[in-house]
Design a protein around this ligand. Structure first.
Ligand SMILES: NC(=O)c1ccc[n+]([C@@H]2O[C@H](COP(=O)([O-])OP(=O)(O)OC[C@H]3O[C@@H](n4cnc5c(N)ncnc54)[C@H](OP(=O)(O)O)[C@@H]3O)[C@@H](O)[C@H]2O)c1
Length: 277
């Protein structure tokens, strides 16, 4: 297939390239294709005429979105709308990558695709607006909601913890927010599987299992060979960040289960693999 990838030098974009390049004809774009530029998005899509557009570009700075609301809605919502309009025009399928932060975290068990979103932050609202544009404009779409993404390329929690472990004697990490850490390589593989099957729809696509940021950090230090560093749990109140985050945003990959796709491996197994263990 001919596939356009937006945000191709982001962490997911890099893994999409690794996973898909041997099988498909990829057209990789980053900020050179600014998704807020509707005309350029449409022109590029018409010139390439891809079968699928994987839209992984986003403004992903969750706290930054609170102070830069215009950028958040422009990139995450209008950007997705521009891509969806272009896909509609050329009859291409679209993959939109969304987030666990569309939920408020009030549920006490894992969220399924049929639960009602209620985002708490500008980032969550802007990504949900993107979902609505995609699902209203297109029939051939995949919305893949993921969470706590980390990969070999780009900034992420795994790299931050390893860096802090080298710089500090003690780490303090939040222990009252729970989610499903997901290796971007695993997400890229699952997206590859879905587009091959034309299995359109909304999917939760996270590594299985869940933990708090504190528990995740402990595993990172263990697998990263830095478990001599002292680490202490703190509450979200103590950290006091600009964006409100859900206390519980564990996703269950229910639609993958219902449609008989293979399950995604546990986050511990994926993290071991990330460290080559
Ligand atoms: N990271 C997470 O924990 C997480 C969790 C759930 C869902 N997601 C979603 O998963 C997807 C991939 O995330 P990621 O972690 O791979 O993100 P990332 O590493 O931040 O990559 C996003 C890419 O999009 C590019 N970009 C930003 N604004 C753009 C614009 N206006 N036009 C074109 N490209 C633009 C960025 O370029 P610059 O670097 O130059 O800005 C970057 O290369 C996103 O849709 C995100 O919302 C992420």
């Amino acid at each position: 297939m001919k596939i356009i990838v937006t945000g191709a030098s982001g962490q997911l974009g890099c893994d999409l390239t690794k996973v898909l390049e041997s099988e498909h004809n990829l057209f990789l774009f980053d900020i050179d294709l600014d998704v807020t530029d509707a005309k350029k998005v449409l022109k590029t899509a018409k010139e390439i005429s891809p079968d699928v557009v994987i839209h992984s570009a986003a403004y992903t700075d969750v706290d930054g979105c609170e102070s830069n609301q215009d950028i958040a809605y422009n990139v995450n919502a209008i950007g997705a709308q521009n891509v969806a309009i272009a896909c509609n025009e050329i009859n291409a399928a679209m993959v939109y990558v969304s987030t666990d932060f569309i939920f408020d975290g009030a549920k006490k068990e894992p969220y399924i695709e049929f639960d009602n979103p209620n985002p708490l932050s500008v980032y969550g609202c802007s990504k949900l607006a993107g979902e609505y544009f995609v699902s209203h404009l297109l029939n051939k779409y995949y919305i893949c909601r993921t969470a706590w993404l980390y990969g070999k390329n780009g900034k992420n929690f795994v790299k931050t913890i390893l860096k802090l472990a080298d710089e500090k004697d003690e780490l303090k990490v939040v222990n009252d927010q729970f989610g499903s850490p997901t290796y971007s390589f695993d997400l890229a593989q699952k997206i590859g599987e879905l587009v091959k099957e034309n299995a359109y729809g909304i999917y939760h696509t996270t590594n299985s299992g869940s933990c708090s940021w504190f528990e995740f950090a402990r595993k990172i230090l263990e697998f990263g060979g830095k478990d001599n560093v002292k680490i202490s749990p703190i509450s979200s109140d103590e950290l006091d960040r600009p964006a409100k985050r859900p206390f519980y945003s564990v996703l269950r990959n229910y639609c993958l289960e219902l449609k008989k796709f293979s399950p995604m491996r546990s986050y511990e197994e994926a993290l071991r693999d990330y460290f080559g263990k």
